[in-house]
Ligand binder design. Structure first.
Ligand code: ZN
Length: 268
């Protein structure tokens, strides 16, 4: 497997996405927004995703390890790196996880929350994703989307949403993300696809996939053409060009004008 990667922050703040590619693995993590609220952690989201990603790559070096077991192990390792922080704080740093792994003649995948893996097959595209996060708190989400970005009303609505999300995150009635408790790994969606059915694959944070799913400004076929011709960097720059036409989120209501974006493009 050949993996090409890139990641870019969506604005002036530090990048909270993380991406890695090895000859057998493609990993994308998307750190969840803290909306400036307390996290109980002095390290921050960029530190969290960098350490979780590194631990995942180490845990999955043995291709026989099940992906969810590798994720559980990596979560424990990262929690052990900062015992002085309040890991029970509901705002503890957290992230979505998307992993694609080549093993023998198969491709294993794991998704936890909404960073999708898109497989280009001989008969079209398959999107592997976990949209449970979209099903909770619809009223508060709608409230955020009523306001243009950069307004006080938008910022306050986002804080209300994030505060409420923290109460439902990693609970049986809510949605699951990687955070301080290894139990989340058992709730990831996993599966295996025969390699012969897949021509290429893209592992994306939603900051990149939104070009298709939110903005509707490209098809998956066009995304894969861009990836083949210009690589991950070109795909992220096309997302930014689209966002620049709607800087305050009037046409496409969203949490920020540009979200951090991460891309791993896998070819054989
Ligand atoms: Zn910490």
């Amino acid at each position: 497997m050949r993996v090409a990667i890139d990641t870019q922050p969506g604005g002036a703040d530090p990048n909270e996405d993380w991406v890695a590619g090895t000859p057998t693995l493609a990993v994308v993590l998307d750190g969840l927004s803290t909306a400036g609220l307390d996290t109980g952690c002095r390290h921050g989201v960029p530190w969290y995703v960098a350490n979780l990603g590194s631990q995942l790559v180490a845990a999955l070096a043995d291709v026989r390890a099940p992906l969810s077991a590798g994720l559980a192990y990596a979560l424990e390792q990262v929690a052990a790196l900062h015992p002085e922080c309040d890991l029970r704080n509901p705002g503890t740093p957290s992230a979505t996880v998307a992993i694609l792994r080549e093993r023998d003649d198969s491709l294993d995948h794991l998704v936890l929350a909404d960073s999708p893996i898109v497989l280009e097959g001989t008969n079209g595209f398959t999107v592997l994703t976990d949209l449970r996060v979209d099903k909770v708190l619809p009223e508060l989400r709608a409230e955020v989307e009523q306001h243009e970005t950069h307004t006080t009303e938008h910022r306050e609505a986002l804080r209300r949403l994030v505060t409420a999300q923290r109460q439902t995150r990693n609970t049986p009635t809510g949605y699951w993300v990687a955070a301080s408790d290894a139990e989340a790994a058992a709730h990831a969606l996993v599966g295996t696809t025969p390699s012969r059915d897949v021509r290429a694959a893209a592992v994306l944070s939603d900051g990149a996939s939104r070009l298709v799913t939110e903005y509707g400004m490209a098809t998956w076929s066009e995304v894969f053409s861009t990836l083949r011709n210009g690589g991950p960097q070109e795909l992220i720059s096309s997302v930014r060009k689209v966002e620049a036409t709607d800087p305050t989120g009037r046409r496409w209501p969203r949490y920020k004008s540009g979200d951090d974006a991460a891309v791993a493009f896998c070819q054989w």
